[in-house]
Design a protein around this ligand. Structure first.
Ligand code: NAD
Ligand code: ZN
Ligand code: ZN
Length: 360
């Protein structure tokens, strides 16, 4: 593993964390030359995902410092390799969590490359040439074109950026559990942050009755008035949790910190499903009784394939779904990370990397 290889000839300005304090500082590094399968992207915007916090603070014990976070990237193509036919210079594009996969295993061949066991991520991964991947907190990216999607013309580049991770991560569990084509389900969303607020929007766009389950009573008004949620349960309110028992068909758990699944499982109907997408650093309690007494299912889901990501972005174009964002400049990233850790954002920070004034 190396930070660069001889073909890393392009100097790029970015922002990196250098140790588990998580403090971000300007960082200049090298990217590879644009290869035959690559596109070069001028980055316009990059969302700040809670996964970025887990990485800069080494919550999961896997961070390779210095880490340049960022996997919710939108920008414009400035160069295309000779094998690339799907993109041209000037195209509006997005890059999410995936940078490379083996292209040969059963999952890669079945367009589920997000489950390839050699998957490499947009940052804190190791690319095929042995170099460490650096993400979207930077001015420019060289990406294999197979891991890039088109952004529909009607979607703004800033409020679309978080869809590349937050959006696809909540879209796939809905798709996998037949929630795209069968309206009228009772759906719950635990945690109203970056992922959770997009889940509410998808749930409503797909015709479901959406209940937000949150520790913060103060979020109820906004969840209903701004995001269109139908119901709100405060998870620390025993009476409300009791009244909600056996009421939901499907729950999406987006919580970033350790919590017990038992009380949430009780909210599911018999044979209901809870999908975990939040990634706390510690194991969560999973009591057996709510599972066996309700024949309930708990499963996980990780981001989405590139085919699903393009499908999700196109669906967002069709329904005009974007994220509710607060835009920050690169020198405000540390404040934004601190505020995100305190859950003080509605609902996603997006870094204005290029410093352009309009949202394009
Ligand atoms: N599965 C995937 O592919 C995938 C993709 C992206 C993010 N993630 C993970 O999903 C999680 C959420 O990401 P995000 O960007 O939406 O974060 P976020 O900080 O925007 O939202 C997390 C929400 O969880 C709530 N929360 C925190 N602790 C809680 C607790 N103990 N009980 C109840 N609620 C609590 C917060 O109030 C907040 O609303 C993170 O762990 C992130 O790493 C997973
Ligand atoms: Zn993410
Ligand atoms: Zn593979």
């Amino acid at each position: 593993m190396a930070q660069t290889t001889p073909n890393h000839t392009q100097t790029v300005s970015g922002w990196a964390a250098h140790d588990p304090s998580g403090k971000i500082t300007p960082y200049t590094f090298k990217r590879r030359e644009n290869g035959i399968n690559d596109v070069t992207i001028e980055i316009l915007y990059c969302g700040i995902c809670h996964t970025d916090i887990h990485h800069v603070k080494n919550d999961w014990g896997i961070t390779m410092y210095p880490v340049v976070p960022g996997h919710e990237i939108t920008g414009l193509i400035t160069k295309v390799g000779s094998n690339v036919t799907k993109f041209k210079v000037g195209d509006r594009v997005g890059v999410g969590c995936l940078a490379a996969s083996c292209l040969d295993c059963e999952f890669c061949k079945d367009e589920q490359e997000n489950y390839c066991d050699q998957i490499q991520f947009t940052y804190n991964g190791i690319f095929w040439d042995g170099s460490i991947t650096y993400g979207g907190y930077s001015k420019m990216l060289v990406a294999d074109h197979r891991y890039v999607v088109h952004i529909p013309e009607n979607l703004p580049m800033d409020a679309t950026a978080p869809l590349l991770c937050a959006g696809i991560t909540v879209f796939c569990p809905l798709k996998d559990n037949n929630m795209l084509e069968s309206p009228g389900k009772k759906m719950g969303v635990i945690g109203l942050g970056g992922l959770g607020h997009v889940a509410v929007k998808f749930g409503k766009a797909f015709g479901h009755h959406v209940t937000v389950i949150s520790t913060s009573p103060s979020k109820e008004k906004e969840a209903k008035e701004r995001l269109g949620a139908d119901d709100f349960i405060v998870s620390t309110n025993v009476k409300q949790m009791q009244a909600g028992k056996r009421s939901l068909d499907f729950i999406l758990d987006t919580v970033s910190a350790k919590h017990s699944l038992g009380p949430y499982l009780e909210l599911l109907k018999v044979k209901g499903t809870l999908v975990i997408v939040g990634a706390p650093d510690k194991p969560m309690d999973l009591p057996s009784f709510p599972l066996i007494f309700g024949k309930r299912v708990v499963k996980g889901s990780m981001t989405g394939s590139m085919k699903e990501t393009q499908e999700m972005i196109d669906v967002c174009g069709k329904y005009n779904i974007t994220c509710d964002i607060e835009t920050v400049m690169p020198d405000e990233i540390n404040d934004a990370l601190d505020r995100l850790a305190k859950n003080d954002v509605k609902y996603r920070f997006v870094i204005n990397i290029a410093g352009k004034s309009s949202s394009l």
